[in-house]
Design a protein around this ligand. Structure first.
Ligand code: NAD
Length: 289
């Protein structure tokens, strides 16, 4: 019997250390599938991010089954696709492309991945008032997921106020009820004081950007805290919030569920996100990182 085989990969900048190849290939091994996951780093190409169109055409010709797309190509890739999923169309960003039946279709599993991680990791969490710090690529996906899950009021702050304002406006254009608001960084204390939960979506806390994204005194034990940073899993924010007694969601769930959703799209097989979470914890803890 011939073993099913898949050719997949990731397009983006600085993706050498990505954990996606290992996450996808380990999951494929559990299904006894032959799946290769290659990194296609645009930094090695003269054209830069604009090369994404060329890479999509080449991947299609070479028989790739699918690709993940990351910074800075999530928007640039759209004009090179034949169709978009509802999430990708609404957000205007694609992190997964599936090549099937002669078509290239874009999806956004950052949105679906965060939504599943949130529902699994913080069941029953109150979402009347949420404060989100960070309005970049991850922030846009997370905010979309939170409003889709029914959050009543989402206040977004970013050190670039124009980004927070643009994200709130885009969300309000997409969802009923003007539920998104932009706030200045100085207004953060007042908003956090009334919030059920805080979502952190800036790079602060990554190994390369250590530290806390907001003054420690603002957190209360009655709040939940959701982090998007996952390298390390235990960021300073995650550790501090746990010590205080907050319900805490680390960034690993979003990373795993977005990969699991992409794996399902690439292969049609039902992934094992609980086992992928163990894989991620192993990979993040590996000394080479
Ligand atoms: P980005 O550069 O697109 O956006 C970051 C935003 O944070 C920017 O708008 C910036 O102005 C703002 N910012 C930075 N420092 C700030 C601070 N101290 N206070 C307020 N605002 C600040 O980056 P991104 O792609 O959104 O990634 C953000 C983080 O999310 C990264 O650590 C990335 O690794 C992580 N991420 C995680 C997942 C996951 O699956 N868990 C997915 C995507 C990204």
């Amino acid at each position: 019997m011939t073993m099913a085989s898949y050719l997949t990969g990731l397009i983006g900048s600085g993706i050498g250390p990505s954990l996606s190849p290992a996450l996808h290939e380990r999951e494929a091994d559990r299904h006894a599938l032959r799946l290769l996951y290659r990194t296609l780093d645009i930094d090695t190409l003269e054209e830069g991010p604009e090369a994404v169109g060329e890479l999509i055409r080449a991947a299609r010709t070479l028989g790739f089954d699918g690709l993940n797309i990351t910074h800075p190509c999530k928007q640039l890739v759209i004009e090179h696709l034949d169709g978009l999923s509802p999430e990708a169309a609404a957000l205007g960003a694609v992190n997964t492309v599936v090549f099937r039946d002669g078509r290239a279709v874009g999806h956004n599993t950052d949105v679906t991945g965060f939504a599943q991680s949130f529902s699994r990791g913080l069941p029953g969490a109150a979402t009347d008032r949420i404060v989100q710090l960070g309005a970049g690529g991850a922030g846009a996906a997370v905010a979309h997921a939170l409003l889709a899950l029914g959050a009543d009021r989402l206040t977004v702050a970013d050190r670039d106020p124009a980004r927070a304002a643009a994200l709130a406006a885009a969300l309000n254009a997409r969802f009923d009820g003007r539920r998104a608001h932009a706030a200045a960084m100085q207004e953060l204390p007042a908003h956090v004081a009334r919030a059920d939960g805080l979502v952190h979506a800036t790079p602060t806390g990554m190994a390369a950007h250590p530290g806390l994204p907001l003054p420690t005194g603002l957190l209360r034990p009655s709040m939940w805290v959701a982090e998007v940073v996952y390298r390390p899993l235990d960021t300073e924010l995650v550790r501090l919030a746990r010590e205080l007694g907050c319900r805490v969601l680390d960034g690993g769930g979003m990373a795993v569920f977005q990969a699991a959703d992409a794996f399902r799209l690439f292969t049609g097989r039902e992934p094992h996100p609980e086992l992928m979470l163990d894989d991620l914890a192993d990979l993040v803890a590996a000394p080479s990182l």
